[in-house]
Design a binder for this molecule. Structure first.
Ligand SMILES: N[C@@H](CCC(=O)N[C@@H](CS)C(=O)NCC(=O)O)C(=O)O
Length: 219
């Protein structure tokens, strides 16, 4: 039975899993849920994930939600290429990078992305700008880490890169929206303020299979 991925266009969490599947060269059945139609709250999907959130991976009768958990599952089941490091030190550094992404960039980024994409709280300019400043600090730190190195940890792409990349892309997409212009988020152009992050983004965009992971409604 094929792997089956339930995902939504533009979900950074689903994007992580799609990148993982592509990098491991795994074929999978794709089930795109339409948020606007409430597919993710339909009884059939709630049976797979009672939280009604994507991504969900189904592998025969094994069902798993939470993007990082799915990435770990796929890496354990399909070992090549290794995405969670090849030494205890690399594994530790990869997990640290992933947890920092969850704790900081995701947290601050969400406070910028949501008002811009959905309009709610868009008038709370000060709050959004504070969050944007925190995002800039995180990107600066990541930019320093990427100076002189191709990937975040070790010599090959890892779960650290894959879990961060879709969030960076989502923040940048929000920053480029008309609704974001009056907010002066100072995140774009990326290459000016965060040149190493910009090169790293381009490197991931050039990976084989990347195009298949790109959110269809962003085209
Ligand atoms: N921590 C979860 C987050 C999943 C998540 O928030 N997914 C969003 C899409 S970006 C979703 O399905 N939201 C629908 C909803 O909450 O109603 C993960 O890493 O998989």
């Amino acid at each position: 039975m094929a792997l089956e991925l339930y995902w939504g266009s533009g979900s950074p969490f689903a994007w992580r899993v799609m990148l993982m599947l592509e990098l491991k060269g795994l074929a999978y059945q794709s089930t795109l849920l339409e948020f606007s139609k409430g597919d993710h709250k339909a009884a059939r999907f709630l049976k797979l994930n009672p939280r009604g959130k994507v991504p969900v991976l189904k592998d025969d009768d094994f069902v798993l939600n939470e993007s990082l958990a799915i990435m770990a599952y796929l890496d354990k089941k399909y070992a090549e290429p290794p995405m969670f490091g090849t030494s205890p030190q690399e594994a530790g550094l990869i997990w640290r990078a992933m947890m920092e992404t969850e704790a900081y960039l995701l947290n601050f980024g969400d406070k910028v992305i949501r008002p811009v994409f959905f309009g709610k709280g868009l008038d709370e300019t000060e709050k959004i700008q504070e969050a944007a400043e925190a995002v800039r600090q995180e990107l600066k730190r990541i930019d320093r880490e990427l100076s002189g190195s191709t990937w975040l940890v070790g010599k090959q792409i890892s779960a650290a890169d894959i879990s961060l990349f879709p969030l960076v892309q989502t923040v940048l997409r929000a920053a480029g929206k008309d609704a974001a212009k009056p907010l002066k988020l100072e995140l774009l152009p990326l290459a000016d303020s965060f040149p190493n992050v910009s090169t790293w983004v381009k490197r991931i965009e050039a990976l084989p299979g990347y195009e298949r992971t790109y959110p269809p409604h962003w085209r």
